[in-house]
Structure formats: structure tokens, C-alpha cells
Design a protein around this ligand. Structure first.
Ligand code: CMP
Length: 143
């Protein structure tokens, strides 16, 4: 079953949007298979954002992600990677569509509340980077 990695960033946690994010993904029919709050180490932040290492905003991005707790999660479902990206909206909240999480709540590109894996392969490596196998439980509704 397809999985994706979703992280509510420090701004999303501090603005009380963790429940909103979980609710939107649950309402869309996706299954939560892993969830934890953690304060991100510099090492983990640099690995997660390694693809942006040469970008001018890399240093501030790592500083921001390590500045306070984040809520990391793994979700499962058919087409969940692309569908979650649609629910999240464009990277820049100023251009994200209303009705998306960033379009409804985001304030700037550097404070865009949430990260979602951008492709199936990225999702697999991000899930493995952030979670041990024992922290994830696949399940199917029995009601
Ligand atoms: P995210 O989806 O977590 O992936 C990379 C992040 O880099 C992105 O969300 C933004 O928060 C951040 N980002 C991208 N472009 C810029 C920019 N020009 N200035 C600051 N942060 C940026």
C-alpha cells in the first residue's frame, strides 16, 4: 500500500493546527499508520532537506525546522502521495489555492506549516529516515 510522510512544522504546531491537518487527511479516507511529536536534530533536518543544500534558504530552513517541536506522521492509501500534496497546496501559501491547508492557513513560503513527500520514491526514503519499522502499524477498518 502506498505511503507518504507528512510533517506539521513548528509554525503549524505552535498555531494549533495539528488536529486540523490530521482531520483533513482522515476525512479524505487516508489511514494514519505512524505519529510522533519530536524536536528535530540538526542532523535529521539536514538529511531531510539535503536536496536543498545549495539553496540560499537552506540555513534558515534548517534553523526553523529545529526551532521547536514538529509532528511527524505516515499515512497510507491509494494515491496518497499526490492526493496529500493536493490537500496541502502550493509551496508558497500566497499562491496556494483556498481550500488547501497552506492556502487557508499559511502566511509565507518560509512558514508554510506542513511538509508532504513530493513523489512515491521520496516518500519511501522520508518514511525510512523519520520512522523505525516498529513505530508504524498498518491497519484496515473492521467496521
Ligand atoms: P517544504 O515542502 O518543506 O520543502 C522545502 C521547504 O523549503 C519548503 O517547504 C519551504 O518551506 C522552504 N522554501 C522553499 N523556498 C523557499 C524560499 N525561497 N525561502 C524560504 N524558504 C523556502
Amino acid at each position: 500500500m502506498e505511503r507518504t510522510f507528512i510533517m506539521v512544522k513548528p509554525d503549524g504546531v505552535q498555531r494549533g493546527l495539528v488536529g486540523e491537518v490530521i482531520q483533513r487527511l482522515e476525512c479524505k479516507g487516508f489511514t494514519l499508520v505512524g505519529l510522533k511529536q519530536l524536536t528535530v536534530s540538526r542532523e535529521l533536518a539536514e538529511s531531510h532537506y539535503a536536496v536543498h543544500k545549495e539553496r540560499p534558504f537552506f540555513k534558515s530552513l534548517v534553523e526553523f525546522i529545529t526551532s521547536g517541536p514538529v509532528v511527524a506522521s505516515v499515512w497510507e492509501g491509494d494515491g496518497v502521495v499526490a492526493s496529500a500534496r493536493k490537500l496541502i497546496g502550493a509551496t508558497n501559501p500566497l499562491t496556494a489555492e483556498p481550500g488547501t491547508i497552506r492556502g487557508d492557513f499559511g502566511v509565507s513560503i518560509g512558514r508554510n506549516l506542513i511538509h508532504g513527500s513530493d513523489a512515491i520514491e521520496t516518500a519511501q526514503s522520508e518514511v525510512a529516515l523519520w520512522f523505525e519499522d516498529g513505530e508504524l502499524s498498518s491497519w484496515k477498518p473492521s467496521i
